[in-house]
Each structure stands twice: as structure tokens, then as C-alpha cells.
Design a protein around this ligand. Structure first.
Ligand code: FES
Length: 129
């Protein structure tokens, strides 16, 4: 069996939603200290829905494929669904990752959660202003 599924290779070669959202209202950046990979997620949330999402990943192929798939999974989705996205769901949507590459999908989950926290923080600040 090939080490990587066709979906992993597809999302690695043609990653979806790469880039920056200038007026993002939720930005999360996470890294993995062991491998040194970094992932940044930009969310544009309106009316409780992820209207747009983009990412920048400086990392391995699995991290790029995981970010790409994660953005596809949350685009257009309500926050209640986005909050419960797990790295397992990302890996499953990619038809699996090798065990030693599962941490790459964890980075995608963490980047999204971090962007959601940033969104909540901004909401609270706006409420105070
Ligand atoms: Fe670290 Fe893939 S090797 S994110």
C-alpha cells in the first residue's frame, strides 16, 4: 500500500484555500516544537458561519494536506460544527495518515481552535469598547 492516500497527495499538490484573508476576524497560529512546522489559519466569520478560510503552512506535505482538507471541512459551516472538528476527522477525510504523521493533522485542529479563540477574544473586546 502506498504510504500516502491519493487524497493526501492531491491536497498536498493542489492545496485549497492557501493565502491570507486581510480582514479576517479570527487568526490562529500554532507550531510543533519537535518538527518545527508552523500553521496559520485565517477565518472570516459572519452570522455564526465561517464565510471564508485561508491558511499558510510552513511544513511537511501532511501538514499542508491536513490544512487544506481542514479548510474544506469548515468552509461555510456554523461555528458549533467548526468547534468540534477533530484531527481524526481531518485525517479520515484524507483517507488516513501514517501513524507518525498524525501530529500533522493535530496542527490543523489546533490552528482552527486557536483562530476561534482569537475570534471570541475580539468579540469580547468589541463588547467592552
Ligand atoms: Fe510536523 Fe508534519 S512533520 S507537521
Amino acid at each position: 500500500m502506498a504510504l500516502y492516500s491519493e487524497k493526501v497527495m492531491d491536497h498536498f499538490r493542489n492545496p485549497r484555500n492557501v493565502g491570507v484573508i486581510e480582514d479576517a476576524n479570527g487568526i490562529g497560529e500554532v507550531g510543533n516544537a519537535k518538527c518545527g512546522d508552523i500553521m496559520k489559519m485565517y477565518l472570516k466569520i459572519e452570522d455564526g458561519i465561517v464565510q471564508d478560510v485561508k491558511f499558510e503552512t510552513f511544513g511537511c506535505g501532511s501538514a499542508i494536506a491536513s490544512s487544506s482538507m481542514a479548510t474544506e471541512l469548515i468552509k461555510g459551516k456554523p461555528l458549533s460544527e467548526v468547534k468540534t472538528l477533530t484531527n481524526k476527522a481531518v485525517a479520515e477525510a484524507l483517507d488516513g495518515l501514517p501513524d507518525y504523521k498524525m501530529h500533522c493533522s493535530v496542527l490543523a485542529e489546533e490552528a482552527i481552535q486557536s483562530a476561534l479563540e482569537d475570534y471570541q477574544r475580539r468579540l469580547q473586546e468589541d463588547a467592552k469598547a
